[in-house]
Design a binder for this molecule. Sequence first.
Ligand code: ANZ
Ligand code: ZN
Length: 819
Amino acid sequence: MANYPFKEVETKWQKYWADNDAYKVSESNKPKYYMLEMFPYPSGKIHMGHVRNYSIGDVVARFKKMQGFNVLHPMGWDAFGLPAENAAIKHGIHPDIWTKKNIEEMKQQLNTLGLSYDWEREVSTCSEDYYKWTQWLFIEFYKKGLAYKKESRVNWCTSCETVLANEQVIGGLCERCDSKVIKKMLNQWFFKITDYAEELLKDIEDLDGWPEKVKIMQSNWIGKSTGAEIDFPIDNSDKVLKVFTTRPDTIFGATYMVLAPEHPYVEEMVKGTEYEERVNEIIAKLQHMSDIERTSTDMEKEGAFIGQYCINPISGKKIPIYIANYVLIDYGTGAIMAVPGHDQRDLEFARKYNIEVIPVIKPEAEEEFEIKNEAFAKDGIMINSGKFNGLKNDAAYGEICKLLEEKQVGKKTTSYRLRDWLLSRQRYWGTPIPIIYCDDCGSVPVDEKDLPVTLPTDIKFTGTGLSPLTTSESFLHAKCPKCGKEGRRETDTMDTFVDSSWYFLRYTDSKNSNKPFDKANADYWMKVDQYIGGVEHAILHLLYARFFTKVINDLGLTTVNEPFENLLTQGMLLKDGAKMSKSKGNVVSPEEIIEKYGADTARLFVLFAAPPERDLEWSDQGVEGCFRFLNRVWRIVIEAKENNLYNKKASVESKNHKDLKYNIHYTIKRVTEDIEERFNFNTAISAIMELVNELYKYKENDEIDGELLREGINTVIVLLAPFAPHIVEELWSYSLEGGSVHQVSWPKYQKQAIVKDEAEVVIQVNGKLKDKIIIPTGISKEELEAIALSSDKIKGFIEGKKIIKVITVPNKLVNIVVK
Ligand code: ANZ
Ligand code: ZN
């Protein structure tokens, strides 16, 4: 038989679904389920990673719908960003045109996959009716003091004259032109995400539906440390040096101080001294180094004495002040007390510059204790620490903090690694920041009635560090919303992570033209019940989305405080053991596979080849196998109808019927549990494959029960519906079952059908195991006892003895007590 005509089938049903608004949803009083996959950047073509991500989501959406939920399953476009701007510079196409064309193409490709999206809720972050509300939210943040502008150090390419993200600086050089990158102070917009650091951290605990590894990454990114801030007076000066330490218990071991080279005190202290030149040398060297490089443990420690001393506020000891490459300006206070006995980085530095090492904690068991090449970072007993000697160091920690507070030279404190979110970009293709500068009124947010601040089209791509928006005269000039005087617009646009931090809320009410979304709608649909995307978003996107959700909640716009109930991070797609990527040239295009085998096969393969979180190895044979399986399903349905198999009647109750009934219902149970509890789509699919094999065997029997065969075949069609949505529609309609199979209720297994009708019974004599027998279930106690007593093995043990009593547990055990 020829292969099934997947092309006609798939086109036919895609059209049917579109014509019938099959996936349109609205708010109702049914229980809801919000299924969301991370929206794509409209690069122009979908790749296999998209196919996998969206197929996983589609299975869940279709399954939940069949279970009776009101399912929201939307799709949209993360449509601002650099590639569109680069295409514009390179090919002279306007970013807007480039982006819209890509969206059209990708949407068409997504539709060939048969994904159950409600396209009426489509959002595109670059459209005015979306970014109007991104701007509106920015202003709400601004009013709450959560958006502010400050001077900050940025990576600056000296040739492109533009700001670079940390990832764009490779070994101190610009990724694009290999020119020197320096640090430069620029006035930039920030979101005050640090105000939410504690809440973002604490609430991770309640994210039960998130993978552990993502929760750990988020915690580490927030990076909470508890410790103390301590003031060290600078000798011969009225200044104090404030340090942050997690180890106030080691204060007697502080033998030098270190300032970050960029610390404002440094310049003041060395200006005009013999130390100035060396210090400048070190600072120059550090400009080409990322924070990650600077703090890595392999990094060669380097620094210099700067000619001044501090006084240890507890011991009174006078200690030298250094600068060093391993101390960062924007963590803690940008200065440390260095304790080489107990901190490895300090020890390496101290050895290099011959600075004294004083151990102040020793292991409990050792008498003689000396620091060699390794700092002692464990707990122990205090030494060389005046009146604290002999205490355990954790007790000393508390005592020393108390003393610091009494003397008013320090206090317990908490420090976070999380920095405020720098959102300014000197770019064109992004959401304009809705602020007007006025000589009299300062920064003034644009009035709500004047939103959106639209992107002008009369711009030039300057190729300098200035935002292209500075070249638009029509854009630049605006009246101050407060006093009406001529003002000047902000020309930076927003980081695209801002756009994607609230899109899941917009989907709940995507057409609203009066507000970002209606509270009732958002409250009905949120949280997202299942969110699926790549693990590369495990930190920033998810953290920013959580931050936005919390602020939006505090603004009273929703009741939810977290956006995503369950999170699944899907694995990578590999081919020949390597990640599928353009640069490796090992890409399999979805178009090619769909052309050759159809969308149902493509979907089935990516779902069958591995569980969703795991990496998936591409296999041509695997794809072939899935295609053959769908053909097998196709043929049995056709054959059953053509040969009138459903009308057959069996005259006897045979074991074959019973076994098939068992298999049908056991398969329903397995598939349901595999989808619902574990997302083990691979084992769910293989269970369906096994049932198909059983059906093929069954129909070859002399006697078949047509009704039962029909039940089996229909079960296959229904269970397969979430995975391969087109072929099942065709087969359902071919079998004249009526309506769309996607409207059918998900089947429930019958409990009796999967009760095994045999049981293994243990026979004991005086509590000791002597025999095991298989019996039909449901026989009476007396019958079971009689069978047990007549067992040949048992007879040997009880012969000539007196039976005192027989204890019987039906289907399980018979214990014969003898004397
Ligand atoms: C003295 C000390 C003794 C320290 C000791 C550690 C061990 P986390 O846990 O990451 O928060 N530190 C503080 N600010 C720094 C900066 N801007 N750049 C580099 N290092 C800095 O680390 C806190 C510890 O890292 C602080 O505690 C400080 O060194 C150092 F046995 O102070 B500690
Ligand atoms: Zn003004």
